[in-house]
Ligand binder design. Structure first.
Ligand code: GLN
Length: 314
């Protein structure tokens, strides 16, 4: 007989999602939508969706899990994957691997650190990553879209042109960052091309279920869960998870590791993706952001999820 102090092999994930949703109900609608990108300012703040995809092929969802949203900085994980495949370890000559401790769109460290961004998951790092991808392919944007569609197993995924244009119109900080990096010779392509690619990656539109499926390769040592084909080498998948843990929620990454203890990546569209290594990916979306640009109800939901399941890398 099994001793009764042992947890079940896997908790009832549908029940866990229902409990998490109930727990965060009072927080849904709190915080602020990302109004600095005008097209995102009109997203209804009262939305909440959550989805889990497991390595045994199951999918669980609650709330607005099938509603499309702008994945924004979550895309930085996909582009990092492509850039690592393109450049291998040489990538780390051009971008660091330390948490920045600064807001995602900050310029201050770049001056002191001579145009080498702290990590690939802040905006400056993502611009260098975009440059690497542009140098390695003449069809960079199509490659990224194809990669994301394959990962999510959904050929209908698009980049929302209105969001990309809206970001371009208001993208003064990103323009400054790209030009600044260029002045330190850490960018090979034309600044407009880098910005165009970056704004389009941020404008990828997906729902919680798409994203949950799309992130399974990082829970599965780099291997596609559906086909069994490697997407990225196991040691690179491990490194991407490490970077998500230390840098994925910007200057809240320490707090996030403390509260949730899972590799995660957030975006100002209100999405957060978390990886439970060797088990599942968990995605939450709620557009109200805290002052660091992370979904307020989303972070609370992931914290509750890890409390209820005991899933954490620690
Ligand atoms: N597109 C956003 C920006 O560049 C992405 C930031 C984010 O999601 N944290 O400002």
């Amino acid at each position: 007989m099994k001793p009764d102090h042992l947890p079940p092999a896997r908790p009832d994930l549908a029940e866990i999602l229902a409990q998490v949703h109930d727990h965060v109900r009072p927080l849904i609608g709190q915080g602020k939508v990302a109004s600095y990108i005008p097209r995102l300012a009109s997203v209804p703040i009262d939305r909440f969706g959550m989805a889990i995809a497991t390595l045994d092929g199951e999918l669980f969802a609650t709330g607005d899990a099938d509603e499309l949203f702008s994945i924004q900085s979550i895309s930085k994980v996909f582009t990092l994957t492509l850039a690592l495949e393109a450049l291998g370890g040489d990538l780390w000559k051009r971008v660091g691997r330390e948490p920045s401790g600064n807001p995602f769109n900050s310029l201050v460290q770049l001056e002191r650190e001579r145009g080498i961004p702290r990590n690939p998951l802040i905006n400056a790092g993502a611009h260098v990553i975009a440059d690497v991808i542009l140098s390695s392919s003449a069809t960079a944007r199509e490659d990224l879209l194809g990669f994301v569609r394959d990962r999510a197993d959904n050929p209908a995924i698009i980049m929302d042109e209105d969001v990309a244009q809206s970001e371009r119109d208001a993208g003064f900080r990103n323009c400054a960052l790209v030009n600044f990096i260029r002045s330190f010779h850490n960018l090979d392509n034309d600044v407009e091309r880098v910005l165009d690619f970056y704004f389009h990656q941020c404008a990828l539109q997906m729902n919680c279920m798409d994203l949950a499926r799309a992130f399974l390769y990082l829970a599965n040592r780099g291997v596609c869960q559906r086909s069994g084909v490697p997407v990225i080498k196991a040691d690179r998948a491990r490194r991407i998870n490490a970077l998500m843990m230390t840098c994925g929620t910007y200057d809240a990454s320490g707090e996030f590791a403390f509260r949730v203890g899972l590799p995660a990546k957030s975006g100002v569209g209100g999405g957060i993706v978390a990886v439970v290594p060797n088990a599942m990916s968990v995605v939450v979306w709620s557009p109200g952001l805290d002052d660091k640009g992370n979904s307020l109800a989303g972070a609370a939901a992931l914290e509750r999820f890890s409390e209820l399941t005991g899933f954490s890398v620690f």
